[in-house]
Design a protein around this ligand. Structure first.
Ligand code: PHE
Length: 346
């Protein structure tokens, strides 16, 4: 009997746990009403007289040890300073990954921030547009082949038959937002429209049916092509580095006249020629031009008093050049190993 109590005493002394459930099990096993210690107190009656005093002392000790143990284990649960890990201030903290912005957001924000420094403000508009805002007021005549430049997703109405096709569509560029700005505001206008656009193209490494643009518009008295060039030159240097050179090639857009496409010297080889610039030394980054006077008129702006310039660029393309990403599809797959590589203040 005595031997048994000594064994239990040892067991209790050696017990340790920082787990709430295990500590509760300890309490139940030794101290609860049906636990071991109360049952030893019950056995006291059956102990021979001559052993009673030794036995009594032992079980009282046992009870004290168990209660003390239980109290100290419970305290260490609430008092964190008892755990060694908390007091070791040199211990490295657990690595918490805070997430990162999507590379397209990083680059879009960077583009926006550069134009904001020049006083451009952000305007946004609907992704589901009507023909008028996406084409009509931008000087795309009906049936004009220029509409085919941007393969459009049209949205069918429920009641529609083919003789009366829909004029509701997914916007093919964010120029539609600028039409809305011109309709609603008086010059001077200085705005950029970032947003998602849609074109019916087969998905490949170089094309996608969804992509992102930032387009800009500046309307005031006496705005000239020189203003356009200087603004975009500033942008190119801020975005791609101070050694960036640029060139303009004549182009065609229905809503600008004259129109141009702007190239910058290759961000990889600096213009010497490499496989990224296909050995030309140049990379195309945006379309631009002077706003066609027709567009101003359609949007209610006096084209005798005001002139303006506009430009538009693809965010995916800008990010490709900046980070040398060679496949557009990576932006949409959201593979965490790809996304983790982009950390930025923007
Ligand atoms: N909206 C044109 C596009 O999506 C880009 C552009 C904007 C060109 C403004 C000229 C001026 O291709």
């Amino acid at each position: 009997m005595i031997e048994r109590i000594k064994k239990i005493q040892e067991e209790i002394r050696d017990f340790y746990s920082d787990n709430e459930r295990e500590i509760e099990e300890f309490r139940i096993k030794y101290l609860s009403k049906k636990g071991l210690i109360p049952s030893l107190f019950n056995d006291f009656k059956t102990v021979p007289k001559e052993q009673k005093s030794e036995y009594g002392k032992l079980i009282n000790d046992l009870k004290n040890t168990a209660t003390e143990k239980l109290d100290s284990l419970k305290n260490s649960l609430t008092d964190v300073s008892h755990t060694g890990a908390q007091t070791d201030l040199t211990r490295p903290v657990a690595n918490i990954f805070n997430g990162s912005r999507h590379p397209l957001s990083v680059v879009r924000n960077e583009i926006i921030e550069i134009f904001q420094r020049l006083g451009f403000i952000i305007s946004e508009g609907p992704e589901i547009e009507d023909d008028d805002h996406n084409f009509g007021k931008l000087n795309f005549p009906p049936e004009h082949p220029a509409r085919d430049m941007q393969d459009t997703f049209f949205i069918k109405r429920k009641s529609e038959d083919d003789s009366n096709p829909s004029d509701i569509l997914l916007r093919t560029h964010t120029s539609s937002v600028q039409v809305r700005v011109m309709e609603n505001e008086d010059p001077p206008i200085r705005t950029i429209s970032p947003g998602r656009v849609f074109r019916n193209e087969a998905i490949s490494a170089r094309a996608h049916c969804i992509f992102h643009q930032v387009e800009g518009l500046y309307i005031d008295e006496d705005v000239s092509f020189a203003d356009l060039k200087q603004t975009l030159f500033y942008f190119a240097i801020e975005m791609y580095g101070k050694n960036t050179r640029m060139r303009f090639r004549p182009s065609y857009f229905p809503f600008t006249e004259p129109s141009a496409e702007m190239d910058i010297s290759c961000t990889i080889c600096g213009g010497k020629g490499c496989n990224v610039c296909k050995y030309t030394g140049w990379l195309e980054i945006l379309g631009c031009g002077m706003v066609d006077p027709n567009v101003l008129e359609y949007c209610g702006i006096d084209n005798n008093q005001y002139t303006g310039f506009a430009f538009g660029m693809g965010v995916e393309r800008a990010a490709m050049l900046k980070y040398q990403i060679n496949d557009l599809r990576l932006y949409f797959e959201n593979d965490i190993r790809f996304l983790h590589q982009f950390r930025s203040a923007f």
